[in-house]
Design a protein around this ligand. Structure first.
Ligand code: F6R
Length: 239
């Protein structure tokens, strides 16, 4: 595991973007797994900037995403599909058909999870798996618990995650109680895992994940077992 400490979210985004630029120079049709939330926004802004300068081309890029809420229509501004469209896909020359997220509106959620797992297997190993970390150590929506899932599954979100994510909704009641998330084996099926972390509030959970014991009570700690993880750590201050 390599850990870069940076001074600001902007620096975090710029450094993270260099991995994508390098990867796309090697392989135009790279397969990326993206994440949502506040943390990756500086990376997406930087990728858009580089795209506008003609330094990066998404025309053949294929993407999957870590997770999606259950029960939010794709048109809902809080769905992760909307998030990805707004923050990245609509701003670059990616083909929407090449972007895949779990189907949060499926009638049969378990079947939709199995279909998503099958899609991930069909697409193969991700070139870069992007991750953020929850205040409780979750990655994707793999919440701390006695056991973790290997494959995509429907998860009941913890109170702390619902509270943390309520900042995007009109009220806490509107936050979906369930989500679909890639499982741990699927997150691990990546040549490179890029973990972005910003804000002082995440410092301790990140430290425990990197230096503490490997435990399902801090799902990010399992990343110690992956051979190629890069952490870009902007937790030194809030900017
Ligand atoms: C998002 C995701 C989550 C977030 C985490 C941190 O797709 O899978 O694990 O990365 O909740 O969220 P922020 O970045 O909003 O603090």
């Amino acid at each position: 595991m390599i850990r870069f400490k940076v001074k600001s979210k902007k620096e975090m985004g710029e450094l993270a973007a260099t991995y994508y630029v390098r990867q796309l120079e090697k392989k135009k049709d790279s397969l990326f797994a993206f994440a949502t939330g506040s943390t990756p926004i500086p990376l997406y802004d930087e990728l858009v900037r580089l795209y506008n300068e003609g330094k990066v081309d998404f025309s053949e890029v294929r993407t999957v995403n870590l997770d999606e809420y259950v029960g939010l229509d794709v048109k809902n501004e809080n769905s992760y599909r909307s998030f990805m469209d707004k923050n990245l896909f609509d701003r670059v020359n990616i083909k929407k058909d090449n972007t895949v997220l779990p189907d949060g509106m499926a009638e049969d959620v378990d079947k939709a999870c199995a279909l998503y797992s099958a899609k991930l297997a069909e697409l193969g190993t991700r070139d870069i798996q992007l991750l953020g970390i929850g205040n409780n150590g979750h990655i994707g929506f793999n919440e701390p618990s006695d056991g973790l899932s290997a494959r995509t599954f429907a998860v009941t979100l913890t109170e702390s995650t619902i509270a943390a994510n309520s900042r995007f909704f009109a009220s806490q009641d509107e936050v979906p109680k369930k989500a679909m998330t890639m499982g741990m084996a699927e997150i691990f099926d990546a040549k490179l895992i890029l973990l972005l972390v910003s804000g002082k509030a995440k410092h301790d959970v990140l430290d425990a994940a990197i230096n503490g014991p490997v435990t399902t009570q801090n799902p990010a700690s399992l990343l110690q077992l992956h051979p190629n993880v890069v952490v870009i750590d902007a937790t030194e201050n809030d900017e």
